[in-house]
Design a protein around this ligand. Structure first.
Ligand code: 13P
Ligand code: SF4
Length: 355
């Protein structure tokens, strides 16, 4: 496939007011495309209807060709929708796994099928590569809850107390931190500081969860995930009352009374592992809704109950957005070099600790 043509070049040069959606060629779902992509459809056929596939398949084919032309990989977070996660993602995982994969890839271009802080983390670890985020609006309520100036104020209020920062933050905030953590290594990172007290920011509920697992005193910030804070213990009680055999698996960004009801709490990758190895008859993944579809595609024997809370930021990363990102090489993520060096140190310290 040729990258660019007269129309797309005109748009790129700002010579036409047409939106990209208007000029994206309508890609036909031919019998050849159907045949060629059948192995990919087999991966998602339990969760993607034939009608949806007719729309997705040509885009998937185009994206996979563009990836080759651009020498690009797609890093897909566990919250991507199944057609992205299973059909165009080269690597899938939680925040820590994607950060580690970003350090290993030989590709020249990284497309982050996730939110902006994840793309920034990939850029920090790959300063010489091109990192693209398919939609610049893919933010995160946790990342928006705190600034670098807030961290400097915390340091003044708690002199000598190390700052452990969840990766769901901007590079500015990471740059003011001693080390980063993710939901899968927060306890280990906190204990690695070797101090009696640690500032663990910005997710209040993750901090409360970590406090139940360690003797180190945790000082928290009041940031929340807009998706996980919506779950309530009451709704889970209702599901369990309806079928007492239902297993409840929660992400540590959930409120404490929700976590108290869970049979298991862990990062998105740990939640997936739990379901794949335990194979419960019926399960509720108390996290972003698309993850249930991704696991259901591979575990059709498990019944998923879905209080369907979607992350509006993650959902901006559609096949169309990924296609256009690769076609127009947009939107490149950059980090100010004066911030990048300090932020990189905090991320690398975490990656090395959990290597
Ligand atoms: P994980 O690191 O567990 O994938 O979490 C990332 C996230 O954004 C959860 O809302
Ligand atoms: Fe941020 Fe929550 Fe969305 Fe994860 S699910 S990206 S923490 S808003």
């Amino acid at each position: 496939m040729a990258v660019g043509n007269a129309t797309t070049d005109a748009v790129r040069a700002g010579k036409t007011p047409m939106s990209i959606a208007q000029v994206r060629p309508r890609l036909p779902f031919t019998p050849e495309v159907a045949r060629e992509l059948q192995p990919l459809y087999d991966r998602v056929k339990h969760v993607v209807t034939p009608m949806e596939w007719a729309h997705y398949a040509p885009l998937i084919k185009a994206i996979n060709l563009l990836k080759k032309e651009r020498n690009a990989v797609v890093l897909a977070h566990n919250y991507m929708t199944p057609e992205v996660f299973h059909c165009v993602g080269d690597f899938q995982g939680d925040s820590l796994q994607l950060a580690k994969e970003a350090t290993r890839t030989k590709a020249r271009v990284i497309v982050q099928a996730g939110v902006h802080f994840m793309a920034e983390t990939s850029k920090l670890l790959n300063p010489d590569k091109t990192v693209l985020i398919p939609d610049l609006r893919a933010g995160c309520s946790l990342a928006a809850s705190i600034t670098g100036a807030d961290v400097r104020a915390l340091r003044e209020a708690y002199p000598g107390v190390p700052v452990v920062t969840y990766v769901n933050t901007s590079a500015d905030v990471k740059a003011e931190s001693d080390i980063c953590c993710t939901s899968s290594n927060a306890v280990k990172v906190v204990e690695s500081m070797g101090t009696k007290r640690v500032l663990l920011i910005p997710d209040e509920y993750l901090s409360k969860y970590v406090q139940t697992k360690t003797k180190v005193e945790i000082i928290a910030w009041k940031g929340h995930c807009e998706v996980h804070e919506r779950f309530t213990a009451e709704e889970l009680e209702n599901y369990r009352r309806a079928d007492p055999g239902t297993r409840i698996i929660a992400h540590p960004e959930c409120p404490p009374d929700v976590i108290k009801m869970a049979d298991f709490t862990g990062s998105t990758a740990a939640m997936i592992d739990w379901v794949k190895t335990r194979r419960p008859r019926k399960v509720i993944l108390v996290t972003e809704c698309s993850m249930s579809s991704n696991v259901a595609a591979e575990a059709p024997d498990v019944e998923f109950v879905r209080p369907c809370n979607l992350c509006p930021h993650m959902k901006r990363i559609s096949l169309e957005a990924i296609h256009d990102s690769l076609l127009y090489m947009q939107h490149e993520v950059t980090v100010d070099p004066s911030v990048a060096e300090r932020a990189r140190r905090a991320v690398e310290r975490m990656v090395n600790l959990t290597a």
